[in-house]
Design a protein around this ligand. Structure first.
Ligand SMILES: *Cc1c(COP(=O)(O)O)cnc(C)c1O
Length: 483
């Protein structure tokens, strides 16, 4: 497909901008360009076709089954969007006086109230724009806590090998050190190894729960106790709270900090780098360190509190992606006290049902029941028939199923990480299982049959190593002599 630049025809125009409603002024001479920028020039019709064609090529949760492990690709209810489009929410300016945005502040306060209740935390910030930024914020709270106590030795963060990949990356970002502990045969943390890993320089521990194998850590109370006794804090990576929300509360298990991905568990759209929210909750003793401003309730309404001398500072402009919080709030209010745990239980039921169906052919990396997701290993098939996780993933694309997460977690060889989510029906899961089985049989019978997949996409198999090592991210027009 040609790019807009390639479709461009000199002097072609479309009038998409509204008439100017402010006085026109010229740029100062020294700021003005010497030559016109090389922008694409198209008619409105061509532009419209271009974007419609792109839209048709995109695959989303509304296109079909999307079992992308760890990403919680659930249906995003339309009512969320409707709420976020209310003029009182979307036609405001972040610098408006507090008195004129009381409804927005009330929405932030209400979302905080619900989510601290669900997580068992005391306070929450919605400023981080993604899960990974939430982790960064949470670790900065840990760092600040130790520094405020004058304890400068504590620089180490314990992370099990079953954690999400962003966890160790966050530790490095915060200038701290990762202490990795390998998990047991059953995919859980080995308590003795944890005991041996904690010391006087332990700043804390990050735990992804359910972990990346889709297992709920069985010794969770001992884990938080061991870290606390060593003087560290415990961080709950709650991106996947989808499996437990409304059923158990990390705050009750001894966790001090949590981040949530509103753009996974709480049904706000994600993928493609759009706006997200990695809400961070904490216990009261960490509250002074939260990013500012925080929303506080006073006798005459809500206030934005900037006067926070111990704060770690801002992690993003203003209040984060406010409309994402509005969408999550709409979701929380739609589901209510009964719907929230039911959604988590259905996610777990769907994952176990789907795992059971796939198990007839595929090898699941863990035994027993899973939580919201499970991991398949293609190690044996690769050895015996040369059929890899990639082959299965690519073949699924041709059958209108988005592939599971591949080659993650790293502790499972030839991993396919499958998360079917609660919004899929039994019929969808049955049909998907049939497709998974059919691909498996075809690939095992004739491994060559899947090598050519996908065939329905504009690009078949790109050279992924070259793409990662030598990314070409910028289009250069031939007539643009390097400018
Ligand atoms: C998705 C995810 C993250 C990172 O969230 P982003 O919004 O992609 O930065 C962190 N931890 C876990 C367990 C996740 O599933």
């Amino acid at each position: 497909m040609d790019l807009l630049f390639e479709k461009s025809v000199m002097d072609r125009r479309s009038e998409l901008l509204p008439p100017l409603d402010v006085p026109e002024t010229a740029l100062p001479e020294q700021l003005a360009r010497k030559t016109a920028p090389l922008l694409p020039e198209l008619s409105e019709g061509d532009l419209s076709r271009h974007y419609s064609a792109l839209e048709k090529r995109a695959y989303g949760v509304n296109s079909g089954f999307y079992p992308l492990g760890s990403c919680t690709m659930k249906y995003n209810p339309a009512v969320n969007e409707k709420c976020a489009k209310l003029p009182g929410f979307c036609e405001i300016h972040p610098l408006q006086p507090e008195s004129s945005v009381q409804g927005c502040l009330a929405a932030l306060a209400l979302a905080e109230e619900y989510l601290t209740e669900i997580t068992g935390m005391d306070r929450m910030t919605f400023q981080p724009a993604a899960g990974a930024q939430g982790e960064f914020t949470g670790l900065m709270l840990i760092k600040k806590y130790h520094e405020a106590r004058g304890d400068h030795r504590r620089k180490k963060i314990i992370i099990p090998d079953s954690a999400h990949g962003t966890n160790p990356a966050t530790v490095s970002m915060c200038g701290m050190e990762v202490v990795n502990i390998p998990s047991d045969e059953d995919g859980c943390i080995n308590i003795e190894r944890l005991k041996a890993a904690v010391s006087a320089d332990t700043a804390g521990m990050m735990l992804t729960n359910p972990n990346t194998l889709g297992i709920f850590e069985k010794d969770i109370l001992s884990i938080t106790e061991i870290v606390h006794e060593a003087g560290g804090l415990v961080y709950y990576d709650g991106a996947n709270l989808n499996a437990v929300m409304g059923v158990v509360r990390p705050g009750d298990m001894g966790f001090d900090i949590i981040h949530l991905n509103l753009h996974k568990t709480f049904s706000t759209p994600h993928g493609g780098g759009g706006p997200g929210c990695g809400a961070v909750g904490c216990k009261n003793f960490l509250e002074p360190y939260l990013p500012y401003p925080v929303v506080t309730k006073t006798d005459n309404g809500f206030r934005l509190d900037y006067d926070r001398p111990d704060s770690i500072g801002r992690v993003k402009g203003y209040y984060g992606n406010f409309l994402v919080v509005v969408k999550a709030l709409a979701y929380l209010m739609t589901l209510g006290k009964e719907g929230i745990p039911l959604s988590a239980k259905t996610a777990v039921l769907n994952a176990n049902y789907f795992m059971h169906l796939l198990k007839k052919r595929y090898t699941v990396a863990t035994t027993g029941v899973c939580m919201h997701e499970f991991v398949i290993s293609m190690e044996r098939e690769k050895k015996e028939r040369g059929v890899t996780a990639t082959e299965i993933a690519k073949a699924l694309i041709d059958r209108n199923i988005h592939p599971p997460t591949v080659y993650f977690p790293l502790i499972v060889k030839e991993a396919l990480m499958v998360e079917p989510v609660e919004t899929e029906s039994k019929e969808t899961l049955d049909e998907a299982a049939r497709v998974f089985a059919e691909i498996y049989d075809a690939a095992m019978e004739d491994p060559g049959a899947v090598h050519a997949c996908p065939q329905t996409t504009p690009i078949g198999r790109p050279d992924e190593v070259a793409a990662a090592r030598n990314p070409v991210l910028r289009y250069r027009r031939e007539d643009n002599d390097g400018a």
